[in-house]
Design a protein around this ligand. Structure first.
Ligand code: DLL
Length: 436
């Protein structure tokens, strides 16, 4: 794999500024952001007043802990535009969650916000190894989802040649990668696996493709998956994180030279980690739920938003800004099976360590007789894997899950193609338990 480390002098100066300089900038911006939210969004005025805090109480960064959290339900209660802090005419763009599990959450951006978004995505793409003039295959979905258009903004800002292919039509993805020869690909890791399968389907060797880096995010994925993808494509695989409520992609990104967690672009997004139950802030290094406060957003300021993503904060390495460890999962996706907490990423790690199995999987939960049961549906790596090897792989995976995670699961090994493929975010859990 090529060395894609960006030149030090190509970075934004703040990426490598001193911690003191970063903290001073954050405090100044935080004061503005909290006051902006309080003065212009009735929800924040009501929630700060109810908690007995006022923007003037914010004298130090640690004072943020006195302010109330914002949760997804607050956004739903203010559907569609109630959380906007500027007149609707000044909102240049709207994005929204798909709303498949309830009311969609709507977010807005002023021209200025779009410009900041472009800058942080460009910073992320550069950290991933992209340079002005490079070709980018952008397979994140275009539309209300922030993935496609968010990456596109940053790619335009840094002067890339963008192929706005969006998700889906997998044979065409492979065809255009082969014909256009992009250097980078932006896509969810699960869809990257579908693209990988399609290379094999077309009799092409992905290692011979032009791709030098894949920039993967929008869903949790493990270091074991990174190794698998890097090996299969002979390219770097780096992690990009973001969420629409905070901005979209480009809130944090790994550096290609270190791949040791995602640097949070802290000059725009202030992170905290809390213990989810009492909601207390925990020190850096401790695991917990990630909480974000926007520092510069005009249209949709967000104060102490509970992401439900579980990770921890670590000191900066390749950049001065702090890193977040690869996300273990969302607290919503945590399965409690007979008292044991299980995340799909743990199953992914066990799967990747088991011979003869492909990296695709889905978890099915059922309750046949009052006890919850978990079934892992996966598939053989190749059609040539015989019945004995298949049974052995199923046993090996069940044993590994028992040993590493501590739960008994049933494993079903399907034929190649037996697990539903994702075209964006993978659906990892199918819950067939009766609703209580
Ligand atoms: O998924 C934004 C995005 C697009 C990020 C493209 C990266 C690339 P939402 O649809 O609002 O926004 O979903 C946000 O996805 O709270 C996490 O649970 C999850 N997520 C996003 N990036 C990662 C990642 C976009 N790198 C939710 N690792 C977040 C793990 C991620 N989970």
């Amino acid at each position: 794999m090529k060395d894609l480390t960006p030149a030090r002098d190509s970075l934004d100066p703040i990426e490598i500024a001193s911690i003191d300089e970063i903290r001073a900038l954050q405090l100044e911006r935080l004061k503005w952001s909290v006051a902006h939210a309080y003065e212009n969004v009735p929800h924040y005025k009501a929630s700060f007043d109810a908690a007995g805090v006022h923007p003037d109480d914010l004298k130090d960064l640690s004072d943020l802990a006195k302010f109330p959290f914002t949760v997804k339900q607050d956004l739903r209660n203010n559907y569609p535009f109630g959380m906007f802090a500027v007149p609707r005419e000044n909102v240049a763009r709207i994005h929204a969650s798909s709303g498949t599990t309830g009311q969609p959450t709507v977010v807005g951006y002023t021209e200025h916000d779009l410009n900041v978004w472009a800058q942080v995505v460009a910073r992320s793409l550069r950290a991933s190894g992209m340079r002005k003039g490079d070709l980018l295959h952008n397979a994140y979905g275009y539309g209300l989802f922030t993935g496609g258009l968010g990456i596109h903004l940053g790619a335009d800002f840094m002067g890339l040649t963008t192929i706005p292919i969006s998700g889906g039509m997998t044979p065409r993805q492979v065809r255009l990668i082969t014909d256009f020869k992009p250097k980078g690909m932006t896509v969810t890791p699960s869809y990257a696996l579908s693209v990988l399968d399609e290379f094999a389907e077309q009799g092409l060797d992905p290692r011979e493709s032009s791709l030098e880096v894949g920039i993967f995010g929008a869903e949790p994925w493990t270091n074991a998956m990174r190794q698998e993808i890097e090996q299969a494509f002979d390219m770097h695989a780096v992690d990009i994180y973001g969420l629409s409520e905070v901005m979209g992609p480009g809130v944090a990104n790994e550096c290609v030279e270190t791949k040791d967690g995602l640097h949070i672009w802290e000059d725009h997004f202030y992170p905290e980690i809390i213990d989810p139950v009492p909601g207390e802030v925990v020190p850096d290094g401790e695991p917990g739920e990630l909480v974000f406060t926007s520092l510069t957003k005009e249209a949709f300021p967000i104060i102490r938003y509970r992401t439900r993503d579980l990770t921890r904060l670590l000191a900066g390495t390749a950049r001065s800004m702090r890193r977040m460890e690869k996300v273990t999962g969302r607290s919503d996706d945590m399965i409690i099976l007979r008292g044991v907490n299980v995340f799909p990423t743990q199953i992914e790690e066990c799967l990747m360590a088991t011979a003869d199995l492909a990296p695709h999987f889905q978890i099915e939960l059922s309750r046949p007789d009052r006890m919850d049961q978990m079934r892992v549906l996966c598939e053989v790596a190749q059609t040539s894997v015989g019945a004995d090897a298949r049974a052995a792989a199923a046993r090996a995976l069940a044993d590994r899950v028992k040993q590493v995670v501590g739960v008994s699961v049933k494993v079903e090994v399907a034929d190649v193609g037996g697990v539903a493929r994702s075209q964006g975010k993978a659906v990892r859990i199918v819950d067939n338990r009766p609703k209580s």
